[in-house]
Design a protein around this ligand. Structure first.
Ligand code: RTP
Length: 155
């Protein structure tokens, strides 16, 4: 059922420091645009340790937690909010499995990564996680624009 154009939701997407430094920002954004998702916010950001620890707090008991936090803080990330129908699940499908050796070719991780500890991109795993992460990374609302594309619906 379409509400206006369609039912919509938001997700938090982050290009991790390896994705930024390897020059994949443009390609990754392009894949989300081509799919039909709408960009609602974007910033480069040098993540403080406390934000990375809060973002990954569910993994705090894992042996790789310290390395993960250091990795996320090792250089700038590109933080984004994308909106669209079913965007949380759809973005996870575009991104591919957590371990790039298991991500299908055609997915971002399947095409661009080989190591689970350097897997290029993050995407929220549920609508609830997305809202929590958007509040964490864009809580000050800086750069967040509520807009609707002025395109004609296809049918
Ligand atoms: P993300 O949150 O980054 O989108 O990743 P995910 O949901 O696909 O995977 P999750 O299990 O939440 O893991 C978060 C991130 O931790 C790193 N990781 N390293 N064995 C390891 O060394 C290991 N396992 C996970 C990855 O960067 C993963 O994306």
């Amino acid at each position: 059922v379409r509400a206006g154009r369609f039912e919509t939701e938001r997700t938090y997407i982050m290009i991790k420091p390896d994705g930024v430094q390897r020059g994949h920002v443009g390609e990754i954004i392009s894949r989300f645009e081509k799919k039909g998702m709408v960009l609602k916010a974007l910033k480069t950001y040098q993540c403080p340790k406390a934000v990375a620890e809060e973002h990954y707090k569910d993994l705090s008991s894992k042996p790789f937690f310290g390395d993960l936090v250091n990795y996320i803080c090792s250089g700038p990330v590109v933080a984004m909010i994308w909106e669209g129908p079913g965007v949380v699940k759809s973005a996870r499908l575009l991104i591919g499995a957590t371990n790039p050796l298991e991500s299908a070719p055609g997915t971002i991780r399947g095409d661009l990564a080989v190591e689970v500890g350097r897997n290029v991109i993050h995407g929220s795993d549920s609508v609830e996680s997305a809202e929590r992460e958007i509040e964490l990374w864009f809580g000050d609302k800086a750069g967040v624009v509520d807009w609707t594309p002025t395109i004609t619906p296809w049918v």
